[in-house]
Write a protein that binds this ligand. Sequence first.
Ligand code: ABN
Ligand code: CU
Length: 709
Amino acid sequence: MERLQQLSLHATASTQPPVAPPHPLDPLTTQEIKATSLVVRSHYKGKTLVFNTVSLREPIKRAYYDWKERNGPKPPRLAYFVVTENDHVGVHEGVVDLPSLTVIESKATSGVQPILTPSDLQNTEDIVRSDPRVIEQCEISGIPKEEMKNVYCDAWTIGYDERWGSSKRLQQALMYWRSDEDDSHYSHPLDFCPIVDMTEGKVVYIDVPGRRRKVSKHKHSSFHPKHISEKFGTSENPSGFRDDAKPINITQPEGVSFAMKGNVMNWSNFNFHIGFNYREGIVLSDMNYNDHGNVRPLFHRISLSEMIVPYGCPDFPHQRKHALDIGEYGAGNCTNPLALGCDCKGVIHYMDAHFTDKDGEPLTIKNAVCIHEEDDGILFKHSDFRDDFQTTVVTRGKRLIISQIFTAANYEYCLYWILRQDGTIKLEIRLTGILNTYICAEDEDIGPWGTVVYPQVNAHNHQHIFSLRLDPRIDGDNNSAATSDSISGPGATGSPENAYGNAFCADKTTFKTVSDSLTQPSTARTWDIFNPSKINPYSGKPSSYKLVSTFTPPLLAKDGSLVKKRAPWAAWATQVVPYKDEGVGYGRLYPSGDHVAQWSGDGARGMREWIGDGKDQIENTDILFFHTFGITHFPAPEDFPVMPTEIFDLMLRPRHFFTENPCLDVKPSYARTTKEVKAGDKGVDECTLDVDKTSQLAFTKTSGSCCKK
Ligand code: ABN
Ligand code: CU
């Protein structure tokens, strides 16, 4: 308490506002976080506060472009905060104006709880281990009380449990046992689930199943090098690792071909701002493409706005396992520091991420965002068969990758935002880490709801479903969206309109209202986001970005389920709503609501509110395009004890945006015209010019020469 008083005295004494970073979308600096918490402390003087969130309140879109494009003033520098107070359950949130060091908005919201931070999850194990009723349950499971130090739990938000609703700030503790500190505990789940009141710091209930299962006596299944050595090591090869580990090194002798001015990236005609926040993690904003001097807007903002991992076991209390990892924990809060040479290879630029700790002190994750380039294979190529393919052009591409990795207790999500030189924007997700597991008895029939991935380990079926939020600005603020279906031509084979039966075309249906935009995927479906006022002079079609996304599983939870109530957006592949400056992050950011933890799913929040009666007009106006994608995961033994990365992706491709291949101006690696071939001229040859000094033949000593002479 003494420390708190000291800090609040400091708050009133501090008159100097922190220096703002250069760009209005730059995340808060550590000084700004500290200044915010001092102001907040003095605002709530006398209260015992726990800091939960201090993050940039981004400027509203109009204010941003007034500054950026219309010579207007710099938008106000604002910090958004959430604190909890011991005598009030719910969310205390507000906004601090940093230049004046004043709280300009504050409110208390009940019916929900704030996002859980890593620090909220760190004490739970100690609380659980020392609770006498948990010790008793461990004894029933076959773990004597002297062994409590070997009992572990993954602390999850309770999601929503109607026995308590949102009246207390609760966690469910998914229980496990290790025989040794270095074990992976996921091969030894326990069968009961304590509920912990975070404010009281105590266990309030324990869910105990009807059928008891003793902890498994099988050896732990782990994956660290010492366990691999124990498992596979031989006297000739004690490590047990495969003997094929020749290094693959990446060389970029001249460094990178991107430039960063603060957080603003310039790369191969793309220009955009890279932001990062506690919740969405990486945010790409104000993205433009320089089309031979004409700077054309693409997207105002791109981010992952929510996700849900619903599990499919119908038995109580497994219905509670449906983590909304972005809204309940934060892809930013859970982000990893990345290591050069392992997480990221090549020439890397890193960005740190700054959050608040529970005392309002800045907390920094070093190297949270990795920015680098990779060779991207062939960008385009054509050879002429007339001279045995000697007339040729082959141009290699490179790609820019902005990535982060976050840990959601058991799983790792590796997020790669990838730009290609043809204007394509890709998102690739690599899912790794460990399955969430539950115990099964040796003789148990677990039914169709999971897979036995190791003796006595049941991994329940589940889905990993994301919401991609796009705030498009394709050639301007007013955009439309449409489905684009590949369809066979009308009429039967032999009919006048399709005499040979081979006809097919793209059938585009523009969304007029929000209801029209609530679409489902089909095998032949893509979606277009376009500017109806900007027509391509060649194709006569509007300037577009096409969303190509094939990892689009149906939401398997039914109407009335907690999952569908709390993540209504997950039931549609797309939802397009008008942009509005409203909500915690201005501009309809979070489709499961501003505060997700312990939301019952009732009432109109987030996407349900934005859809409303579905009648809002969304044609040729400022729209937000949400896309649901992901995978359904039926676990298998190959996913255990740690899962090899499972990859899923989507892309946004320019279509009718350019008047020709936009990367013709990328220099080829090798090109010869027919005349050059006839005259024996070299043409463009980056191979024999010894530019590529590192390529070589695998089984001879000859180096260079990738190309036929
Ligand atoms: N998957 C649930 C979760 C995420 C982050 C931290 C704890 C639990
Ligand atoms: Cu999974």
